[in-house]
Structure formats: C-alpha cells, structure tokens
Ligand binder design. Structure first.
Ligand code: FES
Length: 125
C-alpha cells in the first residue's frame, strides 16, 4: 500500500477575497494547476492534490492545507503553484507570505468577528 508524502487539500468553497472579486478566481483551476505540476514532475506516486469542502479558514482567501505536515496556506493563487510544489513540497520550505499562522488557525472552532484580533493561542500543528 502506497502512502503519499504530501496530500494537498484545496478548499473548493472559498469565496474570492476582495482583491480577486473579478470573477477569475476558481478553486478548480488552482487544483488543476497543482495536479498538472505534480504530473509534469513525476510526483504522482507521492503527492496528491484533492478538492475539499470548507476548511474553516474562510477569512484567509483561497485556502489549501498540506498533510501530514499540516502546512496551511491562505490567499493562494495559480501564480503560487510553482513555489508550492518546488519550494514546499520538494524543498520543505514554508512560504511565509502564504502561511496561516497557528494563531489564526481556527482548528474547528467557530469563527467570531473578534478572532482575528484575538491574542488567544490555538493548538499548534
Ligand atoms: S470556504 Fe474555504 S475555508 Fe471555508
């Protein structure tokens, strides 16, 4: 039985952030771009990208999470695919401009308007 080294979940329900409300944002295209890059690099046996439902990080733009590393990225666009695959998946580097900090992660908690301003800590991942 094979085991993926990285399993990327792309929220298929994310509403475009304000700066992308031009009708061009499409989670399906992001997932397709990830899958294309994975295939081109011959990583299909080890890396998988799937659509998911809401990941409970709805204020962070287009969200993806990579398991088992539990790397959460927000505000992701198709322009980030190359860096995600080459730097994070292959290089193990966290992309600081995309990462959703542990302080922002809701981890199943119901979001409140005050959450983003809260200094309350969340469980680290
Ligand atoms: S709709 Fe995408 S994280 Fe909630």
């Amino acid at each position: 039985m094979s085991k993926f080294t990285h399993h990327i979940f792309v929220c298929g329900k994310c509403k475009p952030p304000k700066h992308l409300r031009d009708g061009k944002h499409d989670p399906g295209k992001l997932r397709a771009a990830l899958k294309k890059e994975i295939k081109q690099l011959g990583l299909k046996a080890d890396v998988r990208a799937n659509d998911s439902g809401c990941l409970d990080q709805c204020d962070d733009g287009q969200v993806i999470v990579i398991y088992p590393q539990a790397i959460w990225y927000g505000g992701v666009t198709e322009a980030d695919v190359d860096r995600i695959i080459h730097e994070t998946i292959l290089g193990g580097k966290i992309l600081e401009d995309l990462v959703i900090s542990s302080e922002r992660l809701r981890c199943g908690k119901k979001a409140k308007a005050s959450d983003s301003a809260s200094s309350e800590s969340s469980p680290s991942s």
